[in-house]
Design a protein around this ligand. Structure first.
Ligand SMILES: CC(C)(COP(=O)(O)OP(=O)(O)OC[C@H]1O[C@@H](n2cnc3c(N)ncnc32)[C@H](O)[C@@H]1OP(=O)(O)O)[C@@H](O)C(=O)NCCC(=O)NCCS
Length: 173
Protein backbone atom coordinates (compact mmCIF):
# COMPACT_ATOMS: atom_id res chain seq x y z
CA UNK A 1 0.00 0.00 0.00
CA UNK A 2 1.23 3.46 -0.80
CA UNK A 3 2.17 5.78 2.04
CA UNK A 4 1.26 9.44 1.62
CA UNK A 5 4.34 11.60 1.17
CA UNK A 6 5.10 15.09 -0.12
CA UNK A 7 7.57 15.24 -2.99
CA UNK A 8 9.62 18.42 -3.23
CA UNK A 9 12.97 19.79 -4.31
CA UNK A 10 15.89 19.12 -1.96
CA UNK A 11 16.91 22.06 0.24
CA UNK A 12 20.35 22.39 1.92
CA UNK A 13 18.67 22.09 5.34
CA UNK A 14 17.56 18.55 4.35
CA UNK A 15 21.12 17.27 4.04
CA UNK A 16 21.54 15.93 7.56
CA UNK A 17 18.33 13.88 7.34
CA UNK A 18 19.14 12.68 3.83
CA UNK A 19 22.59 11.48 4.90
CA UNK A 20 21.01 9.31 7.60
CA UNK A 21 18.87 7.45 5.07
CA UNK A 22 21.80 6.10 3.03
CA UNK A 23 23.61 3.95 5.64
CA UNK A 24 20.20 2.57 6.71
CA UNK A 25 19.15 1.72 3.14
CA UNK A 26 22.60 0.57 1.95
CA UNK A 27 24.37 -0.98 4.98
CA UNK A 28 27.13 -2.41 2.78
CA UNK A 29 27.88 0.63 0.63
CA UNK A 30 29.10 4.10 1.61
CA UNK A 31 27.23 6.51 -0.62
CA UNK A 32 27.42 9.40 1.86
CA UNK A 33 30.47 11.11 0.25
CA UNK A 34 28.80 11.01 -3.17
CA UNK A 35 25.51 12.38 -1.86
CA UNK A 36 27.37 15.14 0.00
CA UNK A 37 29.38 16.05 -3.11
CA UNK A 38 26.26 16.19 -5.25
CA UNK A 39 24.42 18.28 -2.66
CA UNK A 40 27.31 20.75 -2.41
CA UNK A 41 27.74 21.20 -6.18
CA UNK A 42 25.73 22.65 -9.01
CA UNK A 43 25.44 19.64 -11.30
CA UNK A 44 22.63 17.78 -9.59
CA UNK A 45 18.95 18.37 -9.08
CA UNK A 46 17.61 16.41 -6.10
CA UNK A 47 14.23 15.61 -4.64
CA UNK A 48 13.05 14.37 -1.27
CA UNK A 49 9.95 12.56 -0.06
CA UNK A 50 8.71 13.93 3.27
CA UNK A 51 6.16 12.48 5.65
CA UNK A 52 5.00 14.76 8.46
CA UNK A 53 8.23 16.78 8.20
CA UNK A 54 10.40 13.67 8.26
CA UNK A 55 12.55 13.01 5.19
CA UNK A 56 11.97 9.38 4.19
CA UNK A 57 13.47 9.24 0.70
CA UNK A 58 15.86 11.00 -1.64
CA UNK A 59 16.93 10.91 -5.28
CA UNK A 60 19.58 12.87 -7.18
CA UNK A 61 19.75 13.53 -10.93
CA UNK A 62 23.08 14.74 -12.26
CA UNK A 63 23.27 16.70 -15.49
CA UNK A 64 25.78 15.12 -17.90
CA UNK A 65 26.64 15.47 -21.62
CA UNK A 66 26.97 13.17 -24.58
CA UNK A 67 30.58 13.47 -25.69
CA UNK A 68 29.94 13.75 -29.43
CA UNK A 69 26.83 15.84 -29.91
CA UNK A 70 26.91 17.63 -26.56
CA UNK A 71 23.28 16.98 -25.68
CA UNK A 72 22.31 17.09 -22.03
CA UNK A 73 21.38 13.82 -20.32
CA UNK A 74 20.63 13.08 -16.67
CA UNK A 75 22.17 10.36 -14.55
CA UNK A 76 19.64 9.14 -11.96
CA UNK A 77 21.01 8.15 -8.56
CA UNK A 78 21.67 7.64 -5.83
CA UNK A 79 18.13 6.76 -4.80
CA UNK A 80 17.24 5.62 -1.30
CA UNK A 81 14.18 5.11 0.83
CA UNK A 82 14.37 4.69 4.59
CA UNK A 83 13.84 0.98 5.43
CA UNK A 84 10.71 1.76 7.49
CA UNK A 85 9.13 3.18 4.33
CA UNK A 86 10.38 0.75 1.67
CA UNK A 87 7.90 -1.06 -0.62
CA UNK A 88 5.22 1.58 -0.04
CA UNK A 89 5.57 3.44 -3.32
CA UNK A 90 8.00 6.13 -2.14
CA UNK A 91 10.87 5.11 -4.44
CA UNK A 92 8.49 5.03 -7.42
CA UNK A 93 7.24 8.54 -6.68
CA UNK A 94 10.81 9.82 -6.40
CA UNK A 95 11.80 8.21 -9.72
CA UNK A 96 8.73 9.61 -11.50
CA UNK A 97 9.31 13.08 -10.02
CA UNK A 98 12.90 12.98 -11.28
CA UNK A 99 11.88 11.84 -14.77
CA UNK A 100 9.22 14.60 -14.98
CA UNK A 101 11.79 17.22 -13.99
CA UNK A 102 14.14 15.99 -16.73
CA UNK A 103 11.32 16.12 -19.31
CA UNK A 104 10.68 19.73 -18.32
CA UNK A 105 14.38 20.43 -18.70
CA UNK A 106 14.39 18.84 -22.14
CA UNK A 107 17.15 16.38 -21.31
CA UNK A 108 17.67 13.89 -24.15
CA UNK A 109 17.58 10.84 -21.89
CA UNK A 110 17.79 9.68 -18.28
CA UNK A 111 20.46 7.07 -17.52
CA UNK A 112 20.67 4.77 -14.53
CA UNK A 113 22.91 1.97 -13.28
CA UNK A 114 20.52 -0.18 -11.29
CA UNK A 115 18.37 -3.27 -11.06
CA UNK A 116 16.43 -3.77 -14.33
CA UNK A 117 13.64 -5.50 -12.36
CA UNK A 118 13.06 -2.22 -10.55
CA UNK A 119 13.81 0.43 -13.19
CA UNK A 120 12.10 -1.48 -16.01
CA UNK A 121 8.71 -0.58 -14.52
CA UNK A 122 9.38 3.10 -15.28
CA UNK A 123 10.30 2.39 -18.91
CA UNK A 124 14.08 2.10 -18.53
CA UNK A 125 15.69 -0.35 -20.97
CA UNK A 126 19.28 -1.63 -21.36
CA UNK A 127 21.33 1.09 -23.12
CA UNK A 128 24.04 0.13 -25.58
CA UNK A 129 24.68 3.36 -27.52
CA UNK A 130 25.30 5.80 -24.70
CA UNK A 131 28.35 4.28 -23.06
CA UNK A 132 28.95 4.43 -19.32
CA UNK A 133 31.87 6.75 -18.45
CA UNK A 134 33.98 3.79 -17.27
CA UNK A 135 33.91 0.15 -18.40
CA UNK A 136 31.32 -1.73 -16.39
CA UNK A 137 31.61 -5.26 -15.05
CA UNK A 138 30.26 -7.71 -17.60
CA UNK A 139 27.46 -8.81 -15.28
CA UNK A 140 26.27 -5.19 -15.04
CA UNK A 141 25.75 -4.77 -18.80
CA UNK A 142 21.95 -4.90 -18.45
CA UNK A 143 22.01 -2.72 -15.34
CA UNK A 144 23.13 0.27 -17.48
CA UNK A 145 19.76 1.55 -18.65
CA UNK A 146 18.15 4.56 -20.25
CA UNK A 147 14.79 6.16 -20.66
CA UNK A 148 14.85 8.29 -23.80
CA UNK A 149 12.95 11.58 -23.72
CA UNK A 150 14.11 12.77 -27.14
CA UNK A 151 12.92 10.90 -30.25
CA UNK A 152 16.32 11.51 -31.78
CA UNK A 153 18.33 8.59 -30.43
CA UNK A 154 22.06 8.27 -30.92
CA UNK A 155 23.15 6.41 -34.03
CA UNK A 156 26.76 5.76 -33.02
CA UNK A 157 28.09 4.87 -29.56
CA UNK A 158 29.21 7.85 -27.47
CA UNK A 159 30.34 8.04 -23.88
CA UNK A 160 28.45 9.93 -21.24
CA UNK A 161 30.59 12.75 -19.84
CA UNK A 162 29.99 12.97 -16.11
CA UNK A 163 30.90 15.87 -13.81
CA UNK A 164 33.32 15.71 -10.84
CA UNK A 165 31.42 13.71 -8.23
CA UNK A 166 30.83 10.84 -10.67
CA UNK A 167 34.32 10.90 -12.23
CA UNK A 168 35.52 8.21 -9.83
CA UNK A 169 35.98 4.80 -11.36
CA UNK A 170 35.27 3.02 -8.07
CA UNK A 171 31.63 4.15 -8.29
CA UNK A 172 31.28 2.19 -11.53
CA UNK A 173 32.96 -1.12 -10.58
C1 LIG B 1 15.20 0.26 -4.20
C2 LIG B 1 14.36 1.33 -3.47
C3 LIG B 1 14.83 2.72 -3.86
C4 LIG B 1 12.90 1.14 -3.89
O1 LIG B 1 12.09 2.09 -3.23
P1 LIG B 1 10.72 1.62 -2.57
O2 LIG B 1 10.01 2.82 -2.07
O3 LIG B 1 11.04 0.54 -1.58
O4 LIG B 1 10.03 0.98 -3.84
P2 LIG B 1 8.51 1.07 -4.29
O5 LIG B 1 7.61 0.82 -3.12
O6 LIG B 1 8.28 2.30 -5.08
O7 LIG B 1 8.52 -0.21 -5.23
C5 LIG B 1 7.78 -0.31 -6.38
C6 LIG B 1 7.82 -1.74 -6.81
O8 LIG B 1 9.16 -2.20 -6.99
C7 LIG B 1 9.38 -3.37 -6.21
N1 LIG B 1 10.72 -3.26 -5.67
C8 LIG B 1 11.13 -2.53 -4.62
N2 LIG B 1 12.47 -2.67 -4.44
C9 LIG B 1 12.89 -3.50 -5.42
C10 LIG B 1 14.15 -4.02 -5.78
N3 LIG B 1 15.28 -3.74 -5.08
N4 LIG B 1 14.23 -4.83 -6.86
C11 LIG B 1 13.11 -5.13 -7.56
N5 LIG B 1 11.89 -4.67 -7.28
C12 LIG B 1 11.78 -3.88 -6.21
C13 LIG B 1 8.33 -3.35 -5.13
O9 LIG B 1 8.00 -4.64 -4.71
C14 LIG B 1 7.16 -2.68 -5.81
O10 LIG B 1 6.47 -3.64 -6.58
P3 LIG B 1 4.88 -3.72 -6.52
O11 LIG B 1 4.38 -2.35 -6.90
O12 LIG B 1 4.59 -4.77 -7.53
O13 LIG B 1 4.60 -4.10 -5.12
C15 LIG B 1 14.44 1.17 -1.93
O14 LIG B 1 13.92 -0.07 -1.55
C16 LIG B 1 15.85 1.34 -1.38
O15 LIG B 1 16.24 2.44 -1.00
N6 LIG B 1 16.63 0.28 -1.34
C17 LIG B 1 17.99 0.40 -0.92
C18 LIG B 1 18.71 -0.80 -1.24
C19 LIG B 1 18.56 -1.23 -2.69
O16 LIG B 1 18.02 -2.27 -2.95
N7 LIG B 1 19.03 -0.47 -3.66
C20 LIG B 1 18.99 -0.82 -5.04
C21 LIG B 1 18.71 0.43 -5.87
S1 LIG B 1 18.82 0.00 -7.57
Amino acid sequence: MNVEVTLRAFRPADLESVLKIYPAAFPEEDLVPLVEDLAGGRDAQSFVAARENRIVGHVALTMCRLEGDGRECALLGPLAVHPEFMRQGVGSQLVRTGIDAMRQRNAAAVLVLGDPAYYGRFGFRAERTILAPYPLREEWADAWQSLWISDDRLRRPEPLVVPGPWADQSLWR
